[in-house]
Structure formats: C-alpha cells, structure tokens
Design a protein around this ligand. Sequence first.
Ligand code: BJW
Ligand code: ZN
Length: 243
Amino acid sequence: MAAEPIPLDDRTWLLVLTGAGVSAESGVPTFRGVDGLWRTHPVERVASPEGFAADPALVWEFYSERRALAGTVAPNPGHRALVRAEERLGERFLLVTQNVDGLHRRAGSSRLVELHGNLFTSRCSRCAREPFPDSTAYPSGTVPVCDACGARLRPHIVWFGEMLDERNLGAIDAFLEAGRQGRLLFLAAGTSGAVYPAAGLVDVARRAGADTWLVNADVADNAQHFDHVLRGKSGELLPALLG
Ligand code: BJW
Ligand code: ZN
C-alpha cells in the first residue's frame, strides 16, 4: 500500500532525524545489521577515544576508507525529498543527521545539524586550532599530524563516550520551543534508535507536543515510542510522505 503524504501546511514545524539507512540506497554501508560496518570494524577500536589512543593508524584507515567511498556516491531520492520539504517550510524545518557522509548538504539541505560530526573535517587532538576541511584518504599506516603543534590529527567525529556539541543540542531545543506555537511534527528515518542522545529525541519531541513518525527498513529499538511507524526504504517512503 502506498504511504499517504503527511499534510504540511503553514503551521507545520518539521524536525527530521536521519541515520545511516537514509544513505544506504546511495551505497554507503550502515553500522548495525548483517553487512554493517561494526561486523568488520569493532566499534570500540575505531569509534572511541580509547581505540584512537591504542591504534590511531587503524582509526585513520577506517575513516580514510570511508572518505574514499563517500567521494564516489551521490544523494538519493530520500535526501532530495528532505531538500524539498526545507524549501517549502523554510525556518519551520530542521534536519538533524547522525550521518557524517555529507550527502544531505550535497543534496542541497542547509538547515542542517550534523550531530555526530563530519567525515570531511579533521581537527587537532591537542591544540585549539579550529577544525578544518580535510577530504584526504590517508594511505594505510599513516597518522597525520597538526601543522601548528605536531600532535596527532583526528577525524572531526563524535565517538562513543564523547560529548555532543552543546550548540547543536541547543539548536534542536530552540527549534522545538519555537514549534510549540504551531503544529509540531517529528520524523525519524533510517536509524536503528540504538544510540543516544539521538535515539531519545523522539521522547523530547513528544514532550514538546509533536506527532511522531518513523520510517525504517527494520524494527528500530525505539519504534514503540512513535505514533506512526512505516517500514520500508527511505528513498521510496520519504518522497511519498513529503512530496
Ligand atoms: C534503512 C534502509 C533504507 C537500512 N531505508 N531504513 C543513554 C542510555 C545508554 C547509553 C547512553 C545513553 N546516553 C549516552 C549513552 C552512551 C552512548 C550510547 O548511546 N550507547 C548506546 C550504544 C547504548 N552515546 C554516546 O556515547 C554519545 N555521547 C554522549 O551521549 O555523551 C555523553 C555521555 C557519554 C557517556 C555516557 C553517558 C553520556 C556519542 C554517540 C556517538 C555515536 N557515534 C557513531 C560513530 C561515529 C560516527 C561515524 O563514524 O560515522 O555514530 S556510532 C554510529 O551509530 C554512528 C551513527 O551516527 C550512530 C547511529 O547509527 P544509525 O544511523 O542508527 O545506523 P544503524 O546502522 O544503527 O541503523 C541503520 C538503520 O537503517 C537500521 O535500522 C536499518 O534497518 C535501516 N535501514 N537501509 C530505511 N534503505
Ligand atoms: Zn595542534
């Protein structure tokens, strides 16, 4: 059965949360599941500060491979449906992504919060130098160092056990607060609902009065927290729901 569009009117405030599933149809691997990245790359070794301290070359190899792949893929109809929703709603739209692959921005989204960082940005692990654009896929075994202080560079990514940027969390709170004056909708797509605080956003949105929607290929861990659950591919369902 085809999904009915969600009515978007001039009172609608739409907060969207995306995860790896939204980029799956572009050819970017997800994390969990049978073909997920964590099957071949143990998460504690490649996506934690402890893993980076123990073997920075392994971590750089992981992110360099992902940089190389992400440079070869393109946004899909799910990304593009979210761009159209932003064009329609303007400031009453906010896209929060857990993805670091840059595909939402490449599709044309600009009201965008990259909650877990950006694959094409690096920063110094020690000094106060600002994070900077870096799309280099470093050769295996390489650990790049900071021009300013000589310490190791690291990907500008939020790893397990690390704090999310307060400014991003503040932007989400401000959007939900502003949305209380209208009709607030929360839509999560392509995320397993396993990683916090992103997985708890549905509860925060509900408390702000949002009607909540989930689009996911499998049953997400937090599926029971949503008012409406649609199973399927985001590249098909997002255009059907958002026009
Ligand atoms: C499709 C599809 C298609 C496929 N269409 N769908 C509260 C309770 C318990 C623990 C915690 C808590 N609060 C914090 C924690 C600790 C921790 C955490 O959440 N642990 C859990 C595992 C239990 N969180 C943190 O450490 C966070 N920091 C923090 O909270 O700081 C304060 C603090 C610290 C310590 C203790 C307490 C508080 C930081 C989290 C950082 C996450 N980083 C990663 C890796 C780095 C980014 C990268 O390298 O890319 O981010 S982990 C990885 O998971 C990545 C993703 O962004 C994130 C979410 O994954 P996502 O997007 O959901 O992908 P999948 O693969 O899991 O799911 C894809 C889904 O798509 C599947 O369901 C498919 O079915 C579906 N799908 N194809 C639609 N075509
Ligand atoms: Zn430095």
